[in-house]
Design a binder for this molecule. Structure first.
Ligand SMILES: *Cc1c(COP(=O)(O)O)cnc(C)c1O
Length: 385
């Protein structure tokens, strides 16, 4: 199997799997219980929290574990607006993940004012438009650090600077950037930051939200006071321990991994551009997560291409996994100016830790042939009059 859909989810690192299996067997205690079995489970959560905090340049008390990246995004947006009832405006960006876009849409229906700041053809946010959108009523600016479909990296420190001039807190969804580029809250200065374990070779169903000390926020979930009353519910202890282990490994090897992945990805990109006619690369040439490659294969339906590749055990995506089953074209590709028929021809290949040189060789062998065959069937005219 050649897995090139690491932006949708990553395989579990074997060491994470081992640690979780051990934990599930040995430590079933409820972390809230006062006897040693509970204390022990609590201690493991504390250690995992320390690892996540350290990796993000935060302190332990600023990390809240949640059920997913999606929940962290919901928590940040809804929690901040609810805690600031005197302010009813949210500013976000046109190419955010559905976890942010759909939450913003919902809040709009609840009577909030939401501005979706546009991006250029590379997916970079319009900083002037952002500046103009800020009013005294703005409760929060939320802009992702790196985009999941095209990999474009946002100028997050500039965004923070602009917002801070107006005293507005900033949230960033760092699910796709964590482990790939520096993500340190002490350097970028954001107030809230979302991460998710299953995008960094950890388990699914566990995320975290960094909340800067002193930030006023309302919980989404009420109950037994876990996570300093900010996220009640008995902790996903094995998930948290797995998250911690995934972060520990990330700290050890991500620099080396990223260099290797960037080389593989560059070779794959160059190969596709040389061997497949009529392709268009989507995303920023340099300000981009290098492991993410998004191409439009003109004249094709990306879904047909995806399914043909799957018959060769090559797994890719047409964009956001969360919108895969909907008929609409990607809002990200729309926002960078692709007409629907070109957006529908777009495929995302996202590399990760476990990809090899042979994977790239195989894709470069199979893909051009599949594209040619599909274009023959569809009577694609590469040079229409
Ligand atoms: C995957 C992803 C999410 C959602 O995280 P889950 O843990 O799957 O809910 C949010 N934002 C971005 C950018 C993502 O890639």
């Amino acid at each position: 199997m050649i897995y090139l859909d690491n932006n949708a989810t990553t395989p579990l690192d074997p060491s994470v799997c081992e640690k979780m299996a051990w934990f599930l067997k040995e430590h079933f205690g409820n972390p809230s219980s006062l006897y040693p079995l509970g204390r022990n489970a609590k201690q493991h959560i504390t250690e995992a929290r320390e690892l996540v905090a350290k990796a993000l340049g935060a302190s332990r008390s600023e990390i809240v574990f949640t059920g997913s990246g999606t929940e962290s995004d919901n928590f940040a947006l809804r929690g901040i607006l609810q805690a600031n009832p005197d302010k009813n405006e949210l500013i976000t960006c046109a190419i955010e993940h559905p976890a942010v876009i759909e939450t913003a849409n919902y809040m709009e229906k609840q009577g909030k004012k939401v501005t979706y700041v546009p991006v250029d053809s590379y997916g970079r946010i319009d900083l002037e438009a952002l500046q103009e959108a800020i009013t005294p009523q703005t409760a929060l600016v939320s802009v992702m650090q790196a985009n999941n479909e095209i990999g474009t990296i946002q100028p997050i420190t500039d965004i923070v600077q602009i917002a801070k001039r107006h005293g507005v807190p900033v949230h960033t969804d760092a699910v796709q950037s964590f482990g790939k580029i520096p993500v340190r809250v002490d350097r970028i200065g954001v107030d809230l930051l979302t991460v998710s374990a299953h995008k960094i070779y950890g388990p699914k169903g566990i995320g975290a939200l960094y909340i800067r000390k002193g930030t006023r926020i309302q919980p989404l979930i009420y109950g037994g006071h876990q996570e300093r009353q900010l996220r009640s519910g008995t902790e996903n202890t094995a998930g948290i321990v797995g998250f911690g282990e995934a972060v520990r490994i990330l700290m050890l090897r991500s620099d080396q991994d990223n260099k290797r992945i960037a080389r593989l990805s560059a070779r794959l990109k160059q190969g596709i551009e040389e061997l497949v006619p009529k392709v268009k690369f989507n995303g920023h040439p340099s300000e981009r997560i290098k492991s993410t490659l998004n191409f439009s294969f003109l004249g094709l339906e990306a879904e047909a291409l995806l399914l043909s590749l799957a018959t060769k055990n090559i797994y890719v995506s047409t964009g956001s996994a969360c919108s895969e089953d909907s008929e609409e074209v990607s809002h990200v590709l729309g926002a960078i100016g692709l007409p629907p028929e070109i957006a529908r021809s777009s495929l995302r290949l996202s590399l990760g830790r476990f990809n090899t040189e042979e994977d790239v060789d195989t894709v470069l062998k199979e893909l051009p042939e599949i594209v040619r065959r599909l274009r023959d069937i569809s009577a694609f005219d590469p040079d229409p009059a």
